[in-house]
Design a protein around this ligand. Structure first.
Ligand code: SAM
Ligand code: SF4
Length: 329
């Protein structure tokens, strides 16, 4: 079993399977982003090999992310492999976070491969605003994708990044839409990851005051419900819907961190909000499994206590020097 220097048990790996994406969400990456050269990106076989090593070390929960996981060629081979591990009771859960643009095609395949719940990112229900935040996304495609996942019996949780003067008013309508469609929802506070050419401060809306407004308006109570992620959930006595809040900055949750993140180039980030990483690619391509294990164990020994995110008026650059699509959400 993996544990870090602060005795936090690490049993959850988020795997970014590609840095590429068919959208350009304004808070995630710059519009003119340069994607990684293909030779730097791990092959599907290499991703599977690392998943197996982490699994042998006691990691039992896996989330595929990106970039957009469903634009990665042959991604289904990774999902099939995870399902095999699940059938052998070697893992507890495999799931993914997606922007939903390809869900209509993939939902039946995901269901067939044992995926029972997914997170879908959706920041507006207004087609124009959706296009504005994603640069060119088509809302209808995502809604149809979500519907197809629901029809397959996959539980969908919507992820909505709360953005100042963009969707802070609309959020109540989005919560209602989720309720009508039997979806839970997590509201995510913007994190300063990568320089996007805009002040993060102008996008940022602190959950602290927003949470108060939300709880009062929807008559919410804290819920004991937990998933593997950092959401704190609330619910209303008249409904089954869970409303999660992910507030990395205004309500730090690092002391319960149970995860590390693997990028599509084989870098292991111990914290989303720090720059330190351990590179597994060289060992993966040139050394033995024992060498990879040594590096993972070293990574545990230097996993930081907490992130250092900070958002203030004068801060243009993101605190960490990579984009969210590289490390994965
Ligand atoms: N492409 C997939 C998607 O959008 O769901 C998966 C990758 S995306 C990087 C994962 C999650 O990170 C999404 O829910 C997205 O909204 C969120 N995200 C991206 N950039 C962020 C930022 N700077 N702060 C907070 N959340 C962010
Ligand atoms: Fe792509 Fe997801 Fe980033 Fe949006 S948040 S640009 S969908 S990786």
């Amino acid at each position: 079993m993996l544990a870090d220097q602060f005795k936090r048990k690490i049993d959850y790996l988020r795997v970014s399977v590609t840095d590429r994406c068919d959208l350009r969400c304004t808070y995630c990456m710059a519009e003119d982003v340069t994607f990684l050269p293909r030779q730097e990106v791990l092959s599907i076989e290499e991703i599977i090999k690392l998943i197996d090593v982490f699994n042998e070390l006691g990691v039992k929960k896996f989330r595929l992310t990106g970039g957009e996981p469903l634009v990665r060629k042959n991604i289904i081979s990774v999902i099939e492999h995870l399902f095999e591990l699940k059938k052998q009771n070697k893992i507890l859960e495999h799931t993914l976070t997606t922007n939903g643009t390809n869900l209509e095609k993939y939902s039946p395949i995901l269901k067939k491969n044992g995926i029972n719940r997914i997170n879908v990112s959706l920041d507006s229900l207004n087609p124009e605003k959706y296009k504005e935040i994603t640069k060119w996304g088509k809302l209808e495609k995502v809604i149809n994708g979500i519907q197809s996942a629901i029809n397959e019996g996959i539980k969908v949780k919507i992820n909505t990044v709360l953005t100042q003067d963009f969707n802070d008013e609309e959020i109540f309508e989005i919560i209602d839409w989720c309720k009508e469609n039997s979806c839970d929802i997590s509201l995510i506070e913007i994190m300063p990851i990568g320089s996007i050419g805009e002040k993060r401060f102008d996008q940022y809306l602190s959950m602290k005051s927003f949470e108060e407004k939300l709880v009062k308006k929807l008559d919410l109570n804290p819920s004991k419900y937990r998933t593997n992620g950092p959401s704190r959930y609330f619910s209303n006595s008249n409904s089954d819907q869970k409303i999660g809040i992910i507030s990395a900055i205004s309500h730090n949750f690092c002391d319960t961190c149970n995860r590390v993140r693997l990028t599509c180039t084989g870098k292991l980030y111990m914290c989303l909000g720090q720059n330190d990483f351990v590179d597994l690619k060289f060992a993966l391509r040139n050394q033995s499994k024992a060498d990879i294990i040594k590096l993972i164990e070293y990574a545990m020994s230097i996993k930081p206590k907490a992130h250092n995110f900070e958002i203030n008026k004068s801060n243009y650059e993101g605190y960490v020097n990579r984009y969210m699509n590289e490390t994965g959400g």
